[in-house]
Design a protein around this ligand. Structure first.
Ligand SMILES: NC(=O)c1ccc[n+]([C@@H]2O[C@H](COP(=O)([O-])OP(=O)(O)OC[C@H]3O[C@@H](n4cnc5c(N)ncnc54)[C@H](OP(=O)(O)O)[C@@H]3O)[C@@H](O)[C@H]2O)c1
Length: 327
């Protein structure tokens, strides 16, 4: 089967280690299911692996891809919860299992025609959701769901700032917060992405770093250094920043004086539980919300997809079709 494999890592030329290759289909194993992958989607996580961030070189080669939707061995349409972990080891929350692994970290990922995952990680795909839409949800939308509802405890009417409107997680957070009845502000480097965010119901989208019309209750951060100071300054006293990523760098000035004097809460967030992914599906059913898809590409053109992500030219999610484009 065809698969996109990380074979080496480079901070400056990450795509040099991305190889398309024919490899054997995964062998059946007890407690695990083989999924025929209809759709996957690209995440920054795939790029970090190729850049050598958060993925030790001894775990190469590995098939990339954290998101999958397809058919299990019984022909049932499924999506895959991508956190491979033991809920008991995380005191009931598998994202807190010290040994948790995201798909493609320790086990081959979803940029392949077939994928092997623990059967517990399969969730039936509702028929109102397409395979393309389902493949966008587990990482980006699941992460955004946990950030807003579990970590920040978002309530209708809250003011929310989402940094970097064009991102997969950010576009999900914007749409989820709007659907939950929040007043949402967003930033983006791109005028086009700001206009698009406003078409999703954002009250005002501003250029990165520009002052907001009011202070917010919640900030959704995935950009990091480039927006951190603006996030702290935009937050009301007692407000919450939830951070799940730092694309532009991990070490901005801490501005500790502001944090303690204004009693700001800073919460980390990673992935989501299987239960949160199921709750996300229920919310989408209730509201009619669907993921923002920039475009789809066959697996054979995945290098082009990575380049679009590197260049910051995507708005929302890029879907990959491992079985080729449907005719
Ligand atoms: N903790 C978790 O479980 C988890 C899950 C998913 C993602 N993440 C992390 O979250 C981050 C975003 O992931 P993604 O998949 O959503 O990536 P993505 O779709 O490529 O989005 C990248 C984001 O970064 C912004 N950005 C990049 N460079 C910037 C700069 N110099 N200044 C301002 N904004 C900049 C973009 O905003 P504009 O283009 O609109 O300006 C966009 O929002 C990544 O670091 C990823 O590793 C973490």
């Amino acid at each position: 089967m065809l698969a996109a494999i990380a074979t080496s890592q480079s901070a400056t030329a990450p795509l040099s280690g991305l190889v398309l290759e024919d490899i054997p289909k995964p062998e059946p194993r007890p407690g695990w299911s083989t999924v025929r992958v209809v759709a996957s989607s690209l995440n920054m996580h795939d790029l970090w692996t190729l850049r050598g961030v958060g993925h030790p070189p001894e775990r190469l080669p590995i098939v990339l891809g954290c998101d999958a939707a397809g058919y299990d061995e019984n022909g049932t349409p499924v999506l895959v919860h991508p956190v491979l972990a033991d809920p008991d080891a995380g005191l009931g929350d598998e994202t807190l299992d010290p040994n948790r692994a995201l798909l493609s970290e320790r086990h081959n990922g979803a940029f392949a025609e077939y994928l092997s995952v623990p059967t517990r990680n399969l969730i039936p795909k509702p028929d109102w959701l397409t395979f393309d839409e389902a493949a966008c949800l587990p990482v980006a939308w699941g992460t955004a769901y946990r950030m807003l509802f579990t970590q920040a405890g978002l309530r209708a009417g809250d003011r929310v700032l989402v940094q970097g409107a064009g991102g997969g997680v950010a576009s999900a957070a914007i749409n989820l917060a709007v659907a939950a009845g929040a007043v949402v502000y967003a930033t983006s480097r791109s005028e086009d992405k700001r206009r698009e965010a406003e078409s999703w119901g954002v009250r005002k989208a501003v250029a990165t770093g520009e002052r907001l019309p009011e202070r917010v209750d919640v900030v959704v951060e995935t950009v990091g250094e480039a927006t951190w100071s603006h996030s702290l300054k935009s937050l009301r006293p007692g407000g919450t920043i939830v951070i799940a990523g730092a694309t532009s760098g991990t070490n901005p000035p801490a501005d500790l004086g502001r944090v303690f004097y204004l009693q700001q809460r800073i919460l980390g967030s990673t992935g989501c539980t299987r239960g949160e992914l199921v709750s996300l599906l229920k919310l989408m059913d209730a509201t009619g919300l669907r993921p923002v898809i920039d475009r789809t590409l066959p697996l054979a053109e995945i290098h082009q997809g990575f380049q679009l992500m590197i260049d910051g030219r995507l708005t929302g999610k890029l879907v990959i079709h491992p079985q080729g484009e449907p005719s």
